[in-house]
Design a protein around this ligand. Structure first.
Ligand code: ACK
Length: 314
């Protein structure tokens, strides 16, 4: 990959609809960071409400980011301008007039779904018929939040709702994983991290190989072998997200080094049904992991099935 010590934002046309005055933004704690980007919690004055501060999340590049990371953040900003759905992260503004370049999005106080799930317990129930242990909603005990099967189904359903919307917008996410889904108040989920997303109408085939780290354990075989990304490869990743939800944030293919997946998936190997995973949910995972993309369901179909389960089975 080409590196440039300082990606410059001066060649970016400032979008007056979204530009936010940098001086009205107070950056606070670091929420987390990836290889080249970081997310900081901040307070933005006069953003949503006049004369008041709104807590926001600000995404920015680290000083050693390359042109390609800079383009990813720009592309994320441009895509975020186009989307508007309760299960997709909402753009609030951007500071693009000079470096460092900021993308301001809504703050999700519970962080990533992955980290949230890891802090929870599940009151296991393998079958819908097993009404023992049933209670209406999650609750807190001395060890933390206890989730019910209903919560897990709701997380899966909300993810399919957000993804159904994105696929209708002809957007392919390419990096759908529990670490890229955020949790806000009322256990509402928001699909986030659009850095790698591309409009499927965009002609150039963007080779992610130059970027180094690939989310191999979330990738469909056709993405691994041929860099093909479609709504159906996002569906494969959703199957892995469902597995993450049911295992409360476990790491997929435990004990298997990512490089082995290339051959394992070819031989038809798939993850087993996790303990306590209802058969219906494992059946969905298996459909998402069909070798042929056309045999996998759509997000609309999955959202319908999960909605029915939420209404009639739990
Ligand atoms: O699980 P976390 O605390 O939630 O760790 C990751 C980290 O930043 C790197 O992505 C957190 N994060 C990202 N975007 C947001 C946001 N909009 N609101 C709150 N936390 C965020 C994420």
């Amino acid at each position: 990959p080409q590196r440039s010590s300082s990606p410059k934002s001066h060649d970016v046309e400032v979008d007056v609809n979204w530009e936010f005055p940098r001086d009205n933004l107070i950056l606070e704690d670091n929420l987390g960071e990836g290889e080249f980007g970081q997310v900081v919690r901040g307070r933005a004055y006069g953003l949503d409400v006049e004369d008041a501060y709104t807590t926001v999340a600000v995404k920015m590049l680290k000083p050693d980011a390359s042109e390609s990371e800079y383009r990813d953040l720009m592309s994320e900003l441009n895509l975020l301008k186009e989307v508007d759905h309760p299960n997709v992260i909402r753009l609030l503004g951007a500071c693009t007039k000079r470096d460092p370049f900021y993308v301001i999005v809504e703050y999700c106080e519970f962080g990533s779904l992955k980290n949230y799930l890891r802090k929870c317990k599940y009151r296991g129930r393998r079958s819908w018929e097993d009404k023992q242990n049933q209670h209406d909603g999650s609750y807190e005990n001395e060890t933390g939040v206890v989730l019910t099967i209903r919560d897990l189904l709701s997380f899966a359903w909300q993810t399919t709702r957000g993804m159904e919307y994105l696929s209708q917008m002809k957007l392919v996410h390419r990096d759908l994983a529990a670490r890229n889904i955020l949790m806000t108040t009322g256990k509402q989920l928001k699909i986030s991290d659009f850095g790698l997303s591309r409009d499927v109408y965009e002609a150039d085939t963007y080779l992610k190989m130059s970027k180094g780290r690939l989310p191999v354990k979330w990738m469909a075989p056709e993405s691994l072998y041929a860099q093909i990304y479609t709504a159906k490869s996002d569906i494969w990743s959703f199957g892995v997200v469902l597995w993450e939800i049911v295992t409360l944030g476990a790491n997929p293919y435990p004990g298997i080094p990512p490089e082995r997946l290339f051959n394992l998936l070819k031989t038809g190997y798939r993850m087993d049904r996790p303990d306590d995973c209802p058969d219906e949910l494992y059946a969905i995972m298996q459909k998402c992991w069909k070798a042929k993309p056309e045999d996998r369901p759509s997000f609309a179909a999955l959202s319908y099935i999960l909605d029915r389960m939420l209404q009639f089975r739990v």
